[in-house]
Design a protein around this ligand. Sequence first.
Ligand code: CA
Length: 245
Amino acid sequence: MDNHLCHSRPFRHPCYNNLAVRILIVEDEPKVASFIRRALEEESYAVDVCPDGIQGRDLASEVDYDLIILDLMLPGLPGIDVLKAVRDAKVATPILILTARSRVDQRVKGLDAGADDYLTKPFAIEELIARARALLRRAGGDTASILQIDDLILNPISHEVTRGEQRIDLTSKEYALLEYMMRNEGRVLTRPMIAEHVWDLDFDTFTNVIDVYINYLRNKIDRGHDRGLIHTVRGSGYTLKLTDG
Ligand code: CA
């Protein structure tokens, strides 16, 4: 493959000068790549597409992207090796990996190798956009603002949590879990995602602990309130949101 294929792409196309956010898609399937590209461009992000692992690795290391969307099955170099190389090069850009639904081992490896999030194929484009937005927001360092969902308020500086008039005392893990859920309001968080973000541990042996902690949180956050905020998503995980009615 022509070594300059990706590099000939206009990273700094004049049209993109005003766009602050630049995203790299490393995906060899043209249909999938252009589908994602179009959706991201509609969100006013600047997007580069690269169909090859080696070139993707080089681009990710050389160009200052805000987000990288990385397929794992790639020609040239497997996505997992791209990921490792990029992290070895001390590039901290958030990376969202795309994996086949059946490959749990890939997802684990990906997260272990420094991916920030993953999405299984086939995926809904709305979900990809939402996850991209969340990763960009987190990377943007906006971690100091007060979080509020309904009458639940969390102060990331003081770690103070209140619901309505009531102050809620949480252990540090309960707090970390709640903050993670509030920062991902409305998104279904799987147990592996929660394990990775909140416990930073291998999740296989860990799912029970997550369920236990979700129950602790429920008791402290939702008990005695008309509107429950923590919801179980059957077969998937948990989400924190205000539901209608
Ligand atoms: Ca592929």
